[in-house]
Design a protein around this ligand. Sequence first.
Ligand SMILES: Nc1ncnc2c1ncn2[C@@H]1O[C@H](COP(=O)(O)OP(=O)(O)OP(=O)(O)O)[C@@H](O)[C@H]1O
Ligand SMILES: [Mg+2]
Length: 270
Amino acid sequence: MEHDSQSNENVIEVHNLVKKFDDHLVLDDVSVSAKKGQTTVIIGPSGCGKTVLMKHMIVLERPTSGEVYFRGSRIDNLVENQLVDIRTQYGFLFQGGALFDSLNVYENIIFAIRQHRKIMDWKQIDELVKDHLSMVGMDGYQEYYPANLSGGQKKRVALARAMAMDPYVILYDEPTTGLDPIRSDIINELILKLQRELKVTSVVVTHDMNSAYKIGDRIIMLYDGKIIADGDADHIRNHSHPVVQQFIHGRLSEEDLEALRHGGTKLKMQ
Ligand SMILES: Nc1ncnc2c1ncn2[C@@H]1O[C@H](COP(=O)(O)OP(=O)(O)OP(=O)(O)O)[C@@H](O)[C@H]1O
Ligand SMILES: [Mg+2]
């Protein structure tokens, strides 16, 4: 992977994205970009539209209005078979892992490689699988089926699978959710390692502020369909917006506390 970290290229750009599902406005004029060689983190409360935003970056959702660009070319208006080529340049780890349960670890990884490369030399492929599994500390698990792996092991295999495709950018949706703190930190360290050593460009959706601070070159907070904060870890830590402070400290607002105490269930910060 010869990605140039000096470049200021925006690998992904989202311009003025509006997304409605029927009359439910989920994203309201959102513009974000992911710079080459950097890790861009998206945070925000559950249901605020993080996954929907990330799906637009690989055109698994189409904008109601607005535009999405990959490496300078508009992609949100491409037809499905043009998108197939574009998507081979992405690695993605969607919420819930998404290994194929009927395939073992080895087969899961070669499945990804086979999507865009004809395999000629199986010995070389065995080495490639071994190298990528070693990178995530999972060499030796080639014959295991996902059902016999822990949540953290599955995420590590999914990461190895994404890397095996030699992607230009990796999208991660909640890579640490459901993992204990040590396993979460292993994932954080892997994401950092990929960025430092291979200059991989990443976009990461997370609830986990420790993870956001650790891996994010840039952190973007979504709330009520809009971006309310955008900057590095210090910028977010010191942000004056009360919703940002509540979110990063895991606190409910006075208004929400009142609602809870009085038996209400309709919270603003869900
Ligand atoms: N295909 C869909 N059809 C209708 N509504 C949808 C669809 N996908 C998402 N939504 C709605 O869009 C909103 C944002 O969903 P999204 O999955 O992006 O939230 P999120 O920020 O990723 O939340 P979480 O942190 O819980 O994963 C939710 O209200 C959800 O119900
Ligand atoms: Mg989500």
